[in-house]
Design a protein around this ligand. Structure first.
Ligand code: FRU
Length: 490
C-alpha cells in the first residue's frame, strides 16, 4: 500500500514500512555510511520505537539492514529512543534513551564490527535519574564526544519556569557518569510558541560541534565558533530546529547568537550530524508529515529522511547547507535555459515530480521571483517558491507559499519563510522535489517542507515581478534510489 502512494518519495530514504522519525547514530564506519532511525514497522504512528538501520557507500542509495535495537525487559521496555554512535577504542557503541513508564534514561549498547547486532550493557540505565532537585520538563537524547582522556555527554532537557537546557556529564568508560551541570539554560520567557525562533521549554536532540577548524574543547586558532543545535519543543505546540553559535569551554556554553536552522520548522526536525572520513560535517533531519494522523495510517507510511547536507561555516559566521554532491549521480534528463532578462511568466518546459532544479539570479531592488513546482498546468494546483529583494537593504526573503499546493483541504498549507542574505541581489537557488518532499536552498539557507498535490502535475514555471536577470537555469529529472521490493525487517 505504502509503495503505491504517489506521494511517497523515491530518492529520499524512507523506512521499509510504517513510521520513521529522527536520524540516529549517523556515522561513517570503515568506509560505510550508517543511518539508524526511529522506527515503528507496525504502522504509521509513533509507538514502541525501534532503531531501524540502513547502510550506504555513497550517501545516495541505501540498503536496508535488520532492526538494530529493540525494546526488551528493562529500562528500554517501552522504546529505544534517540541517540548517537561513538567509537570506543574501536568498538562501536550506542548511547540512546531507553523508555519505560513514560520516562527516558540513558542506555548503552555495544555493536558487532559491522554494526548490525547490538548488545545492551548490563549497567543500563547508565544514569539512574535526572539531576536531583531540578524540576525538569523532560530528559532525553544524547550528544557524546571524546575530550582529552574522558567522554563528555549532553542530555537534552528543560527546567520548568526557565527554559530548555542540556545537562553535561563526564565519564571514563561510557558506563559510569558524573554530573557536571547545565551546559546552558535557555530563556523561555523570551518570545512564545508563535515565534519561529522561540527556544521552547525542552531541547530535543542536542548536537554540539565545532564548526570550522579544531575540535570541541580546544582553543581555535582562527576563531571558529562552536555550535549547539537543538530542536525546540513545547508539549506539541512548538517543534523547530535552532542553533546557537558561541563558545564551549570550562564546562559551559557561552552563546553569541541564535539562528533558525531550517525555515521549514518542524519539516526539518531533530537533525543529527557527524564528520565523515573526508572531514565533511554531514547532517540529516526528519521531514515530518503535513497530513493528518488518520491520513498517515491510511497511507501506511509516515516520515522521510532528509537528503544528507554538507554543513559549513559561512563568511558571516552562520551555518550554510548544501545537499551532498554525490546526489548528482541521480540526475537524468537535463533542461538548460539560456540566461535572459526575466519578465512576466515563463513556462520552463520542465515537468516531473522528481527533480533537481538549480538557478542563478540577480534580483533588482523591489523585485520578486516565483518558481512554481508540482503544478497541474491549469493553475488548480501549484507550490510556489518566492524570492524577493527589498527596495533597500541586503537581506531578501525566501518564502514557500503552499496555499494552492493541494486540493486536499486536510493537509497543512501554512506559509514558511526566512531571510536570505544576498550581495547585489545575487541568489543561488537549488530546489529538490521528490513527490511530497521539497528541499529548498537559497544562498545556503534551507527551507524544507512537504506538499501533497492531488492532481499529479509536475509543471515548472518561473515568473517575475519587477526586474531581474536569470543567469542560469538547469533542471534534471532524478532517478529512484531503490523503491520496489524491500525487505521488511524484522
Ligand atoms: C524527537 C524525539 C526525541 C525522542 C524521539 C522519540 O523527535 O521526540 O526527543 O528521543 O523523538 O522517537
Amino acid at each position: 500500500r505504502a509503495e503505491a502512494d504517489p506521494l511517497r518519495p523515491r530518492f529520499h530514504f524512507v523506512s521499509p514500512a510504517g513510521w520513521l522519525n529522527d536520524p540516529n547514530g549517523v556515522c561513517q564506519w570503515d568506509g560505510t555510511y550508517h543511518l539508524f532511525y526511529q522506527y515503528n514497522p507496525e504502522g504509521a504512528f509513533h509507538h514502541r520505537i525501534l532503531w531501524g538501520h540502513a547502510t550506504s557507500t555513497d550517501l545516495v542509495s541505501w540498503t536496508d539492514q535488520p532492526v538494530a535495537l529493540e525494546p526488551s525487559a528493562g529500562p528500554d521496555a517501552d522504546g529505544c529512543w534517540s541517540g548517537v554512535l561513538v567509537n570506543d577504542g574501536g568498538t562501536p557503541t550506542l548511547v540512546y534513551s531507553g523508555r519505560l513508564d513514560e520516562r527516558e534514561l540513558p542506555c548503552v549498547a555495544v555493536g558487532s564490527p559491522d554494526l548490525s547486532t547490538w548488545t545492551k550493557a548490563p549497567e543500563n540505565p547508565v544514569i539512574a535519574a535526572p539531576p536531583a532537585g531540578v524540576d525538569i520538563t523532560a530528559y532525553r537524547d544524547h550528544c557524546v564526544w571524546r575530550e582529552g582522556s574522558r567522554w563528555r555527554q549532553l542530555v537534552g532537557s528543560g527546567i520548568r519556569g526557565r527554559g530548555g537546557t542540556a545537562f553535561l556529564y563526564e565519564s571514563a568508560d561510557l558506563r559510569s557518569w558524573d554530573y557536571v551541570g547545565p551546559l546552558f539554560i535557555g530563556d523561555a520567557s523570551q518570545g512564545s510558541p508563535a515565534n519561529t525562533d522561540w527556544t521552547g521549554t525542552m531541547w530535543e536532540c542536542v548536537d554540539l560541534f565545532r564548526a570550522g577548524s579544531g575540535s570541541l574543547g580546544s582553543e581555535p586558532a582562527d576563531g571558529s565558533p562552536d555550535v549547539l543545535v537543538f530542536s525546540a519543543w513545547d508539549d506539541g505546540r512548538t517543534h523547530h530546529p535552532l542553533y546557537w553559535t558561541g563558545r564551549y569551554s570550562a564546562d559551559a556554553f557561552e552563546p553569541a547568537a541564535l539562528h533558525r536552522l531550517d525555515y521549514g520548522g518542524r519539516y526539518f526536525y531533530a537533525p543529527q550530524s557527524f564528520l565523515d572520513e573526508a572531514g565533511r560535517r554531514i547532517m540529516f533531519g526528519w521531514l515530518q508529515e503535513g497530513r493528518t494522523d488518520a491520513a498517515m495510517v491510511e497511507a501506511g507510511w509516515s516520515g522521510v529522511m532528509s537528503l544528507p547536507r554538507v554543513t559549513t561555516l559561512a563568511d558571516d559566521g552562520t551555518l550554510q547547507f548544501a545537499p551532498v554532491p554525490e546526489l548528482e549521480k541521480l540526475r537524468g534528463n537535463h533542461t538548460s535555459l539560456p540566461g535572459r532578462v526575466l519578465a512576466g511568466t515563463l513556462d520552463t518546459g520542465v515537468t516531473g515530480n522528481q527533480l533537481d532544479i538549480e538557478l542563478d539570479l540577480q534580483l533588482a531592488p523591489g523585485s520578486v521571483l516565483r518558481l512554481a513546482i508540482l503544478g497541474s498546468g491549469d493553475g488548480a494546483e501549484e507550490t510556489r517558491i518566492e524570492l524577493s529583494r527589498p527596495a533597500d537593504g541586503a537581506v531578501g526573503l525566501l518564502r514557500l507559499d503552499r496555499t494552492r499546493s493541494s486540493l486536499d483541504a486536510s493537509v497543512d498549507k501554512e506559509d514558511r519563510s526566512g531571510p536570505v542574505p544576498m550581495t547585489d541581489g545575487h541568489v543561488h537557488l537549488r530546489v529538490l522535489v521528490d513527490r511530497s518532499a521539497v528541499e529548498i536552498f537559497a544562498n545556503g539557507r534551507p527551507l524544507t517542507a512537504r506538499a501533497y498535490p492531488t492532481l499529479g502535475g509536475g509543471h515548472v514555471t518561473l515568473s517575475a515581478t519587477g526586474s531581474m536577470r536569470l543567469l542560469s537555469f538547469d533542471a534534471w529529472t532524478m532517478a529512484d534510489i531503490g523503491g520496489g521490493a524491500r525487505t521488511l525487517f524484522p
